[in-house]
Design a protein around this ligand. Structure first.
Ligand SMILES: [Zn+2]
Length: 154
């Protein structure tokens, strides 16, 4: 029984991880596209006001677009961080090298690594773990049912 449970757990964890990473990468690509569109929008606005020979306040004209880019960039950064967490990696604060999550020192620059998880990150991790274990329970139930059926047939 234990063997089947462990097997189910491993498979589910891997599948969840791969799916989550693919989703995050898609989101990054999507956000990069949105940023590019916003840059274009900024350029178009400025050019149009040039054509119309308007006296423009650039800050006012493109402020919302710039805020949008800020927001999208932040989302990209968060997605990248989450991918690192998924792969049990983190980023060295000093040299930004990708290093093992539990590394105490950066193998590249030697910087001491301090615990950097925010409350939000901790909550998210907890949520994700509970999500995974719920799925595992379901999977374990299915395996159990299948085994029962097999036993009944024999
Ligand atoms: Zn480093």
């Amino acid at each position: 029984m234990g063997f089947f449970n462990d097997l189910g757990k491993k498979t589910t964890e891997t599948t969840t991880k791969i799916a989550r990473e693919a989703k995050l990468k898609m989101k990054i690509t999507e956000n990069k596209g949105k940023i590019k569109d916003t840059y274009e929008e900024i350029g178009r606005k400025i050019y149009e006001s040039h054509v119309r020979e308007e006296d423009i306040n650039i800050k006012e004209l493109v402020n919302s677009d710039c805020l949008k880019i800020d927001e999208l960039s932040k989302e990209i950064e968060n997605s990248r961080k989450e991918i690192l967490v998924l792969n049990n990696k983190k980023m060295c604060k000093k040299c930004f090298a990708e290093i093992e999550r539990d590394a105490l020192f950066c193998p590249k620059c030697g910087e001491k690594q301090t615990e950097e998880k925010t409350i939000l990150e901790k909550a998210e991790e907890k949520l994700e773990k509970s999500d995974i274990s719920q799925k595992n329970e379901k999977e374990a139930e299915i395996v159990e049912e299948e085994l029962k059926e097999k036993n009944n047939q024999e």
